[in-house]
Ligand binder design. Structure first.
Ligand SMILES: Cc1cc2nc3c(=O)[nH]c(=O)nc-3n(C[C@H](O)[C@H](O)[C@H](O)COP(=O)(O)OP(=O)(O)OC[C@H]3O[C@@H](n4cnc5c(N)ncnc54)[C@H](O)[C@@H]3O)c2cc1C
Length: 461
């Protein structure tokens, strides 16, 4: 140990780095964790948490609109963007402080500075100080990627900027069809902006179940969001406080903000990885790791978004925890990346776990689909034109539930519980044996008796 100043140096104080530092320290390791921006990382500072607060805030509009059908007369409501931003900033600052305190309480030392490799065991801090570590964990996360340079790209904001806009834009153009683009479309629209989503593919939410993709789009359009597919932004021109977004289909749109949410890149640049001998995965541009999150250098590990596997907070946390257990807890833990539940906090919300219908039909010879779309009870009196979707994808041979896909209020909350059953390899018969809880939307998951479709793959001749 005398050879090294510390047992573990963690680069990055985000979801994964913080968990790894705390658990390693709890095993008695001497740990230092460096954060160049704000403790808590993307999720806490400019991701999941402020995003969800914005979603909750913007959803209030719908509650107010729906109230009339239940007898409420709501006086003319008004919304103040600066109040939202200030209150959000206060909450994020509280969380940031809590993260720092909790890491320090675990015994790890927090250094608020950038750290890069000098060699495979030596880290150089921005202060000039160098630290020698027995093990290093790279947990530097990722950053928004605006894609190819187009004229006027400097006018385009990312999700990072969207959390700090001085005022609510009257009109917003958002390029992207993934969860971040759609969540911000719902946020801006809910607060009252006129929103246009631009997506290059056939339909939004690539990779999600087809029924989800079609219905989310329809529901968002019903709420007044314009979704233009099969086109891209080719140029953004500024005229004072207004922008003109030119599209590949020859049309153009005026707005006060243009946001891109078209992808994220792992933070691997200028880290000194070449000095340390750490290899990049040529397939995704992230740090190459094995099933234990070990890089090409045996004492250097990488977890979370910087490895570009499944870029989600609980995944980064699980990988960080598993790393600490394996290396410092003498308890080898390998993260199982199968069956990860995810949500899209669009309005309405999406919750999904397991295989899509397309994936299941590619992997299984017999696939049964149970699907229900219906008007939620609230809409019967609010008068809102909206539908819930509940879908189960079942292996027709073993009766195992392979996937569950939901659109509607609390879809994310429901799917978290359903994920336990799917992870446990529950059968459709187990769902059927479970009594319904009435009146809920989720009861549909245990009352769908007859398949709406049955797919049998013919054996190859
Ligand atoms: C808008 C948005 C919404 C999201 N919503 C969700 C959601 O609802 N649910 C979900 O599960 N996930 C969500 N995510 C993804 C989630 O935020 C990430 O998967 C998660 O934060 C990854 O954790 P991490 O530890 O890998 O990296 P990060 O949390 O990004 O942390 C990396 C940290 O490293 C620091 N750093 C980088 N380089 C250095 C260096 N050289 N020296 C010192 N520090 C450095 C960075 O400043 C950063 O704080 C969202 C992301 C975004 C952008």
């Amino acid at each position: 140990m005398a050879e090294y100043d510390i047992d573990l140096f963690v680069i990055g104080g985000g979801s994964g780095g913080v968990r790894a530092a705390r658990i390693a320290a709890s095993y008695g390791a001497k740990v230092m964790i460096a954060e160049e921006y704000r403790m808590g990382g993307t999720c806490v500072i400019r991701g999941c948490v402020p995003k969800k607060l914005f979603v909750i805030g913007s959803h209030v509009r719908q509650e107010l609109e729906d109230a009339a059908g239940f007898g409420w007369t709501v006086p003319q409501a008004s919304f103040d963007w600066p109040t939202l931003i200030a209150n959000k900033d206060e909450e994020i600052a509280r969380l940031e402080a809590a993260y720092t305190v909790n890491v320090e309480k675990s015994g790890a030392r927090v250094v608020k500075t950038r750290a890069v490799f000098e060699d495979s065991h030596t880290l150089r801090l921005a202060t000039g100080e160098t630290v020698k570590a027995d093990h290093v964990l790279i947990a530097t996360g990722g950053a928004p990627d605006h894609g190819a340079e187009i004229p006027g790209i400097e006018h385009v904001i990312s999700s990072n900027d969207a959390f700090h806009l001085p005022e609510l834009p009257r009109r917003v153009v958002i390029q992207g069809g993934g969860y971040i683009a759609l969540e911000f479309a719902g946020i801006f629209s809910g607060f009252g902006s006129d929103v246009t989503v631009i997506y290059r593919g056939d339909n939004i939410l690539r990779g999600f179940d087809e029924d989800i993709r079609v219905q989310v789009r329809a529901e968002m359009e019903k709420r007044g969001i314009t979704i233009l597919t099969r086109c891209t932004v080719t140029k953004v021109a500024r005229h004072g406080k207004e922008f003109t977004t030119h599209l590949s289909n020859g049309s153009s749109i005026a707005s006060e903000q243009v946001m891109f949410a078209i992808g994220r890149i792992p933070n691997v640049a200028n880290l000194g990885l070449e000095k340390a001998g750490v290899a990049i995965n040529p397939k995704n541009g992230g740090i190459a790791v094995d099933g234990w999150s070990k890089t090409s250098v045996p004492h250097i590990y990488a977890i979370g978004d910087v490895t570009h596997r499944r870029n989600l907070t609980p995944v980064a946390i699980r990988e960080g925890h598993a790393f600490a257990d394996t290396v410092f807890g003498k308890r080898p833990v390998r993260v199982d990346h199968a069956t990860i539940p995810t949500a899209v906090f669009s309005q309405p919300e999406v919750g999904t776990v397991g295989l899509t219908e397309t994936e299941a039909r590619a992997q299984f010879s017999h696939v049964d689909i149970y699907k229900a779309t219906f008007r939620p009870i609230k809409a019967t009196m609010s008068g809102r034109d909206t539908r819930v979707l509940m879908k189960l994808v079942v292996d027709g041979v073993s009766d195992r539930v392979l996937g569950c896909h939901i659109i509607g209020d609390a879809a994310a909350e429901i799917i978290q519980a359903v994920a336990i059953a799917v992870k446990m390899k529950a059968r459709k018969a187990d769902f059927d044996a479970t009594l319904a809880l009435h009146p809920t939307a989720a009861e549909e998951l245990v009352t769908m008796r007859v398949p709406t479709a049955r797919h049998v793959r013919q054996a190859a001749e």
